[in-house]
Design a protein around this ligand. Sequence first.
Ligand code: GSH
Length: 279
Amino acid sequence: MNDSSDYTPPRVWQWERGNGGRFENTNRPTAGATHDKVLPVGKHPLQLYSLGTPNGVKVTILLEELLALGHEGAEYDAWLIDIGQGDQFGSGFVEINPNSKIPAMMDHSTTPPTRIFESGAIMLYLAEKFGEFVPTSGAARAECLSWLFWQMGSAPYLGGGFGHFYAYAPVKIKYAIDRYTMEVKRQLDVLDKNLASRRYLCGDDYNIADMSVYPWYGALAQGRLYGSEEFIESKSYTNVLRWATEIHERPQVARGRRVNRAGGGNAMRERHDASDFDQ
Ligand SMILES: N[C@@H](CCC(=O)N[C@@H](CS)C(=O)NCC(=O)O)C(=O)O
């Protein structure tokens, strides 16, 4: 492949397979299903099709938080979608999310069942369904939605920009790394300044904005993303670190982080019952 210094874009871009990148086997420039695959459906109304990435984890954290408050209707089956193997392009998954990204969810408690895709939409749907973790009106609701949508707009710079070019790209391109590092450090500073005078992102109350931002910028501040702790001086964002540590220590968060992971240890590929955590 060309490196950045000797590349002149052609008049019309052509898709070259095998660019050596980590995602070369699954990335493609078109949408839609590549193969037929019916998704499994478990016993609970809520069926989550996901993976334990930051975008997936925010939803399982919220579900575990809802269950901890006693909302039995938040019981869920979580099925692992292996994006490295192209599961996101199976016909059943694409019917739920035409954008082929985890997380995606079906709510079978409605007639007909409701599909929800985009993690921010799922967070808001669940919070409103159970009347928890999102203020219902006024300035408090506006503040919560502002930080929720801030996460949805900002994290692609962190994952798709900084993480991709710093950790995953087959060549290290200084221009790209500089651009995204600068932006991600700015975003960390936005959070750090906000959290200087607030316990949680919106004030005294923990809500879906915290649950959404924590798996991205919380993990970054704690040195758990992209092996970038020293490079990005993540521990210098002391307010973000204090906030992330408090959220990290919640048992519900610890449970949510175990779901839909393929690794060893206490990782759980699937989750169908609260007792699954005991095994
Ligand atoms: N804006 C989406 C982003 C979801 C997303 O990027 N998911 C990644 C994993 S974290 C994915 O499914 N990637 C598969 C692919 O790009 O093919 C959301 O928040 O739900």
